[in-house]
Design a protein around this ligand. Structure first.
Ligand code: NAD
Length: 323
């Protein structure tokens, strides 16, 4: 049994990771500004507090945990990170969290620390062609991310790697590509595109229409939460530090994604394209490095995860309509 600390344990990926670590039989402390929204935490210990506060970070890293997973960030979907309106908060809050938690881990001799970076680190100029985006790990430099969120992730990757280089800390860094699944944010402005599509389709009457930001020809790949956690766990059990992509190579356009959700819901809807924050034109995980280093690759098609996610969001929509 390991002793594990999960920062961001009230969020989407963090709350699922708590469940996974408990199923594996470990002792887990979760930390977040809030409890998970959609089901009770299964952590042995859950501390509410602000990781921007250095003293709070020292207080929660009060023992030599075997593993620390740092997932806390000020983040959201395109509507949150690409408008420019939240840039100062995104950069300040997430950088402060990483500076504080990593230093607290160093002072407590933490054996291994995981950091969740993002596909948003990749340069905009390599992601202009929707049918041929380049997201090979080594292409992150020369750097030119299209959002401040991406720049903060790059800075923090370098911070973790510096502690590894100078202080001998073991770190693992994954660049997540659009993780989705049940119990993720699905409304309120921070939701990401799979959840937003599921919500729009669930809310629409058959024969009606949904809105979509942009022309829908922009491409992405999406990874189901369980597969993401398989990758994270395998990475942490390996000697490989990364940064490495954890994502799917099944690239779809946003129009195709919307049609897939409509098929799952068995609804015929028109798509009304409206202006909105879109991000880069194309993005897809390149899994060659992770396959070579730790022999991991996703095993399930997008449709399978989308079916589970649609079912959950449709139930949430129904619950909300009744209240
Ligand atoms: P999330 O927003 O659901 O979870 C992040 C959690 O961090 C939230 O619960 C939030 O309350 C917490 N947090 C924020 N500021 C805090 C603070 N000052 N103190 C304590 N807790 C604080 O996001 P997620 O989708 O679970 O993402 C987890 C990590 O993975 C993030 O670092 C994110 O940038 C990264 N990531 C996610 C995706 C994705 O597709 N979900 C893609 C790339 C990278």
């Amino acid at each position: 049994m390991k002793k594990v600390l999960i920062c961001g344990a009230g969020g989407f990926i963090g709350s699922h990771l708590v469940k996974r670590m408990k199923e594996e039989g470990h002792w887990v402390r979760g930390v977040d500004l809030k409890y998970p929204e959609f089901s009770a935490t299964t952590a042995d210990d859950f501390i509410i507090g602000d990781l921007r506060d250095q003293r709070f970070c020292r207080m929660i890293v009060d023992q030599p945990f075997d593993e620390v997973y740092q997932l806390a960030a000020d983040m959201g979907g395109a509507g949150y990170i690409f408008t420019g309106a939240n840039d100062a908060n995104i950069m300040h809050n997430s950088a402060a969290i990483n500076l504080n938690i990593l230093d607290a881990c160093y002072k407590r001799n933490i054996k291994k620390t995981f950091y969740s970076s993002s596909a948003c680190v990749y340069p905009e100029h390599n992601q202009m062609d929707p049918s041929n985006p380049v997201c090979t790990e080594s292409t992150a430099y020369p750097a030119n991310p299209d959002s401040e969120y991406g720049w903060e992730k790059l800075f923090s990757e370098r911070l973790y790697l510096s502690y590894q280089r100078n202080f001998g800390m073991a770190v693992c860094i994954a660049r997540f590509h659009n993780i989705f699944g049940p119990e993720g944010t699905w409304t309120g402005g921070r939701e990401k595109v799979p959840a937003a599509m599921c919500r729009k389709v669930a809310e629409a009457a058959d024969g009606g229409e949904i809105e979509m930001w942009g022309d829908g020809n922009q491409t992405r790949s999406f990874l189901y939460i369980d597969e993401c956690l398989d990758g994270v766990r395998r990475l942490m059990d390996s000697q490989f530090s990364g940064p490495v992509n954890i994502g799917s190579e099944e690239m779809v356009s946003i129009n195709q994604l919307a049609r897939m959700v409509m098929e799952i819901a068995n609804k015929q809807l028109k798509i009304r394209h409206i202006p909105g924050p879109e991000g880069v034109r194309g993005r897809c995980s390149d899994n060659r490095l992770i396959a070579e280093k730790i022999n991991w690759r996703p095993t399930k098609p997008l449709r399978e995860g989308l079916e589970k996610t649609y079912k959950w969001i449709a139930e949430e929509v129904t619950k909300k309509a009744k209240n």
